[in-house]
Ligand binder design. Structure first.
Ligand code: OAD
Length: 255
């Protein structure tokens, strides 16, 4: 059965020049990376304040970096799934396409997406909080393993932290500005696998809508965004996105 059977949406897809997509943990769930909320969500079992905040890192850096190392291993062992790959193909259909992700797993880039904005950082990067020096994963792991207390310290004495946004922290300014611009000028905005609860990322589809974009949502569950969208496709992103790509391609080619 066709997903897009709404004439209004078909027209929008046919004519869209600017497309923005916001992804969340749900798109990587089928790659085996746990989501934060919902069934089996990380934050159901562990406290974000104890693992994903600067205070936690300052109190117990060894525990926080070990937790991130475990997450990094899960991500290293994971591969992009058909949902990530379909977004690579959807990018090719439109003159301007921006993929905004809240995920820190880098799977969109590994799949081959080009114009990607990482709002919450990237788990593979680390930097010194004092001098700002960046460390690749090999250097970072070596520093942890050879430190007497498993706390990663730079030569300058500063603590080395993962380049991810923690609770209570600002998002990277450049990334956020670009994401807001892309949302504002989008004709079509697609939200995929996000609970649409964590601001400011959650504001993006609302901003797009206020500026005239048509919204599509793909999620296994309803979210606070659902009442606003033109089309809600309920199901796993790895199934829905390839079908959406196929139908979008047919519509664009017929134009
Ligand atoms: P959440 O874990 O809050 O939400 C994941 C969403 O994906 C839920 O709405 C699920 O219903 C949906 N979902 C699960 N499996 C899916 C699938 N196979 N296909 C489609 N949808 C699926 O993740 P985010 O919205 O990304 O922030 O969370 C936002 C932020 O909260 C994260 O970036 C992280 C977290 O705290 C920071 O670390 C700063």
């Amino acid at each position: 059965m066709a997903l897009i059977n709404n004439a209004h949406l078909r027209d929008k897809i046919r004519n869209a020049q600017n497309v923005a997509v916001l992804t969340g943990a749900g798109i990587s769930a089928e790659s085996g990376i746990p989501t934060f909320r919902g069934e089996n969500g990380i934050w159901n079992k562990l406290s974000p304040q104890e693992l994903a905040s600067f205070e936690a890192f300052y109190r117990n850096a060894a525990m926080v970096v070990e937790w991130y190392r475990q997450r990094r291993q899960i991500i290293n062992n994971a591969s992009p799934n058909p949902g990530h790959r379909a977004l690579v193909e959807i990018e090719k259909l439109f003159p301007h396409f921006t993929l905004i992700t809240q995920n820190i797993d880098g799977l969109h880039q590994r799949a081959g997406s080009h114009n990607t904005i990482e709002l919450h950082g990237n788990i593979m990067e680390n930097y010194c909080i004092r001098c700002g020096r960046h460390f690749n994963i090999t250097e970072f792991d070596h520093i942890i393993d050879t430190s007497f207390d498993h706390v990663p310290r730079c030569d300058c004495g500063g603590l080395i932290r993962p380049n991810v946004v923690w609770f209570g922290e600002m998002l990277p300014q450049d990334a956020l500005e670009h994401a807001f611009q892309a949302a504002e000028k989008s004709d079509l905005f697609i939200s995929v696998g996000t609970s649409a609860q964590v601001r400011p990322a959650a504001d993006l589809p609302f901003l797009a809508h206020e500026n005239g974009a048509m919204l599509i949502e793909i999620n296994t569950e309803l979210t606070p965004l659902t009442p606003l969208v033109e089309a809600f496709f309920q199901g796993p992103a790895g199934i829905i996105l390839p079908q959406l790509h196929q139908e979008m391609q047919e519509i664009r080619q017929a134009a």
